[in-house]
Design a protein around this ligand. Structure first.
Ligand SMILES: O=P(O)(O)OC[C@H]1O[C@](O)(CO)[C@@H](O)[C@@H]1O
Length: 263
């Protein structure tokens, strides 16, 4: 199958092999060896742990090095990417398992991350805590060019709602630890996104609000312009995603973001 060029939306040379769920980088661009998430790996987070579906759900690329990445690393940031299969796992859409991030040492505000969507269509599922009493659940429909910062401490899951592979790039904090256990103990998120577009409540949660559908935030202060790829925004202003690795210094930005989403 032919490759799909993503260079324009990503801001550097990269193409999607939709059949293999793989990325091909331009010359001189490298990454850590890709990691494949299989259905068995995320079983404990599914509505039905025995659900049938594709074996290979998504491919993760971390530490993508563009040759000019020094500015990124000096700021405690890395560039990653994920390719999600299309299809269903039991009654759910193919999706990431979900996790939360650790906090920078000596702080109480967890590392963030910014997702930038490069191909396909999806839904970001955001939940304010990975514990049985949840106050906010947000659903953000996403497509190419959209950027979504993860508010500190929030559970985040990416759902492929389209019929093609969904591809995203991610600016993440190099020091982040990904925490899966709090969510595994709850059997995943408070709601599961179903293939028919509906939501199924997870009975292990004690308190859950009605989910709210919100828009992708647009804001210069957070470098979220849809027509400026993250790697180009970083070239123009190397500090523009410092809020990812130093969330505690950017409280006004988090207030703005949650305000955009209705508080
Ligand atoms: O939750 P999982 O299975 O680790 O997959 C999501 C992946 O996406 C990322 O958020 C992209 O950087 C990684 O941190 C993570 O490994």
């Amino acid at each position: 199958m032919s490759l799909i060029d993503l260079s324009q939306v990503a801001g550097f040379e990269v193409a999607l092999d939709p059949h293999g769920l793989e990325l091909r980088f331009g010359e001189g661009i490298t990454s850590d060896p890709p990691e494949v998430r299989r259905r068995a790996d995320i079983r404990q987070m599914l509505l039905d742990p025995q659900a049938e579906g594709p074996d290979h759900l998504y491919t993760i690329y971390m530490h993508i090095r563009l040759g000019r990445a020094a500015a990124l690393e000096e700021r405690g940031l890395g560039l990653g990417a994920v390719v999600y299969a299309a299809g269903t796992v039991g009654r759910e859409r193919v999706r990431s398992q979900g996790h939360v991030h650790s906090c920078p040492p000596g702080t109480e505000l967890a590392y963030s991350e910014v997702y930038e969507f490069w191909h396909g269509s999806g839904l970001m599922y955001l939940q304010d805590v990975a514990s049985p009493e949840v106050s906010r659940v947000l659903l953000v429909p996403v497509g190419p060019g959209d950027k979504v910062p993860i508010p500190p401490g929030w559970v985040h899951v990416v759902v492929n709602t389209g019929e093609e592979p969904l591809v995203l790039g991610a600016v993440y904090a190099l020091e982040t630890r990904l925490l899966y256990e709090p969510l595994r103990e709850l059997g995943g998120t408070a709601y599961y996104v179903l293939a028919d577009g509906g939501l199924e409540r997870n009975p292990r949660y004690r308190r859950v609000p009605e989910p709210r559908r919100v828009s992708v935030p647009r804001g210069r202060q957070a470098c979220l312009e849809p027509d400026l790829p993250m790697v180009r925004a970083l070239m123009e202003d190397p500090s523009c995603y410092d809020y990812v690795s130093r969330p505690q210094e950017h409280r006004a930005l988090w207030d703005w973001l949650l305000g955009e989403w209705g508080g």
